[in-house]
Design a protein around this ligand. Structure first.
Ligand code: SOE
Length: 389
């Protein structure tokens, strides 16, 4: 495919803003075979959607996603809504022959995710591309970490250790936003941020998690009902006096085994006081170790065991033009931020459309993560019983 690719984005909150920024800029930095056109943004509230269109740079706004995904002048549907709408929007878009980029986690349960993966596979035969938005794969240091592991830099992998820690709901007065309601979000810290670090671990190691033993916890079980909207789905602490039940996990911890013989340990929580968006991934192998920390996202730490008594964790500045994605951006040492991961993601998706290849992570990969999340919940419900994925 060449020429312009007309995009419809459903949802315009935090992820919608991040994706809009990517669609606005991707072709100005990367050489692409196609040019994205920000055709229409969709939201239920007409006035708010129109304001979002003006603010984020969309040509028009609409309130009915069903009408929009059926339009002949739309090529791509970008799903940035809460999890409960991913399934119907993706199925309708794929059936209408649109390429689909869907935010993570792919769905709210395994049955939905598998139906979406099957629909994507069927549409693929007609040249329709689909991808899940596991955006941290597009951090240059994470992509380099994967390359180095594949090249043998750490040898045989023994341990993979991941944690994704936030603290935005530590205050028990923080309101019951959509991310805390199972029927909307599917799960809590597990699906929202645990899914990212589990995907990163499998992406970097090239191995699949085959079994887990997990515990989950909901520390604050009732919260004030929300009054407003905001970046994470609602306003700050201090909702109404009426309360409602929190129906998702606040935290999940797990042990894992991979199909490559490694042991894994993972943690995802919204209760790590002081940790705002702390993501760490460490791989220990027979020949060395690699460590990524999102708080220092333009670097990797590498220990090369063959360096004998000169070995230690060296810092690799992942800002060279030879590193993944970096050549399109700034000169060495200048660094990228959170928003660039979405631009890099848009590049990979548009590249796949232009070249007629399948982008990753596919909906099948998204469904595999969904099975992993379900195994974690299943294990936790049975007092951390070993559960195969
Ligand atoms: C909220 O916890 C959140 O926005 C996640 O939904 C995103 O995927 C992550 O990038 C940042 O935190």
């Amino acid at each position: 495919m060449s020429g312009s690719v007309r995009i419809a984005m459903i949802g315009y909150a935090f992820m919608g803003a991040a994706h809009s920024q990517a669609w606005r800029n991707v072709h100005r930095f990367f050489d692409l075979g196609v040019t994205p056109e920000m055709a229409v943004v969709v939201g239920r509230d007409g006035e708010a959607a129109a304001a979002a269109a003006a603010r984020l740079g969309w040509q028009e706004s609409a309130t009915d996603w069903r009408e929009v995904v059926a339009r002949d002048d739309i090529d791509v549907v970008d799903i940035c809504t809460p999890g409960d709408t991913h399934h119907p929007i993706a199925l309708a878009a794929l059936a209408a022959g649109k390429h689909v980029l869907c935010e993570k986690p792919l769905a709210n349960d395994v049955a939905e995710a598998e139906e979406m993966a099957a629909a994507a596979e069927q549409a693929r035969a007609a040249g329709v591309r689909s991808m899940v938005g596991f955006s941290y794969r597009r951090v240059p240091a994470v992509a380099l970490m994967r390359q180095m592991v594949a090249e043998g830099a750490v040898g045989e992998i023994r341990h993979v250790r991941g944690r994704y820690l936030q603290d935005w709901i530590v205050d028990p007065q923080f309101p019951l936003v959509w991310r805390l309601r199972k029927e909307v979000a599917g799960s809590g810290a597990l699906g929202d941020i645990g899914a990212h670090v589990l995907d990163m671990a499998q992406f970097v190691t090239g191995q699949r998690i085959t079994g887990v033993a997990a515990q989950t916890e909901t520390f604050v079980r009732r919260r004030p009902l929300p009054e407003g909207g905001g970046a994470l789905g609602a306003a700050t602490a201090g909702g109404s006096a009426e309360t409602g039940e929190v129906t998702v996990d606040d935290a999940a911890v797990l042990l894992a085994r991979t199909d490559g013989g490694a042991l894994g340990t993972f943690e995802a929580t919204r209760f790590a006081t002081g940790r705002k968006n702390h993501i760490e991934l460490e791989v220990n192998g027979s020949k060395g170790s690699l460590v990524f920390s999102f708080e220092d996202m333009n670097a990797l730490r590498y220990h090369d065991a063959s360096a004998g008594d000169r070995a230690g964790f060296a810092r690799i500045d992942v800002t060279e033009p030879t590193h993944p994605y970096v050549g399109a951006w700034w000169p060495p040492g200048h660094g990228l931020g959170y928003e660039h991961t979405f631009v890099n993601q848009a590049r990979d998706f548009l590249d796949a459309i232009a070249s007629g290849t399948d982008p990753e992570p596919s909906f099948a990969d998204g469904a595999a993560v969904q099975r992993l999340l379900a195994a974690v919940e299943d294990s936790a419900a049975r007092e951390a019983a070993w559960t195969t994925v």
